[in-house]
Design a protein around this ligand. Structure first.
Ligand code: 4NP
Length: 159
């Protein structure tokens, strides 16, 4: 069985592509890419088809993550048929997803940072209108939650 994971933010150009790239790298490092598939999407359609924000890509690159192949798309109802984990970066994103989720969705719809251990925040702050520090903070949170999410999936699913 493949476990399908979708990360969701507002624009799909800053936070969720960062989560996509970081978590994907951990999956590849553990040679689990045939068992865990990773994607990302935005609740808004504004940036559809665009690559990640330059500042997000540059910050990720400095830590060895390559986001260059990613392109923004909007989250859809159909995503609930494919993804076992749909993980929102903040509560606004989560509310948008809950509004389009089928009543009978059996997967995990929640906040990504719940998978981190003892993180200082419950939401990944939107870095779009801020400076470079915001993108570093996104990476710190995403790296920590990615580690927890991978442990969770490996403990819970027989892969
Ligand atoms: P993201 O950040 O949700 O992390 O991709 C944003 C990207 C774009 C906008 C807001 C947040 N925007 O207003 O265009």
């Amino acid at each position: 069985m493949t476990v399908n994971v979708l990360f969701v933010c507002l624009g799909n150009i800053c936070r969720s592509p960062t989560a996509h790239g970081v978590f994907q790298q951990r999956v590849v490092n553990r040679q689990l890419q045939h068992l865990i598939s990773v994607d990302s999407a935005g609740t808004a359609a504004w940036h559809c088809g665009k690559p990640p924000d330059r500042r997000a890509a540059a910050a990720a690159q400095r830590r060895g993550y390559d986001l260059s192949a990613l392109r923004a798309r909007q989250a859809t109802e159909g995503d609930f048929e494919h993804f076992h984990y749909i993980l929102a970066m903040d509560r606004d994103n989560l509310r948008e997803l809950q509004a389009i989720a089928p009543d009978n969705y059996q997967g995990e719809l929640g906040l990504f940072l719940e998978y981190g251990h003892n993180l200082p925040l419950a939401e990944v702050p939107d870095p779009y209108y801020g400076g470079v520090d915001g993108f570093e903070a996104v990476l710190d949170l995403v790296e920590a939650a990615s580690a927890g999410l991978l442990e969770h999936i490996l403990a819970r699913h027989t892969l």
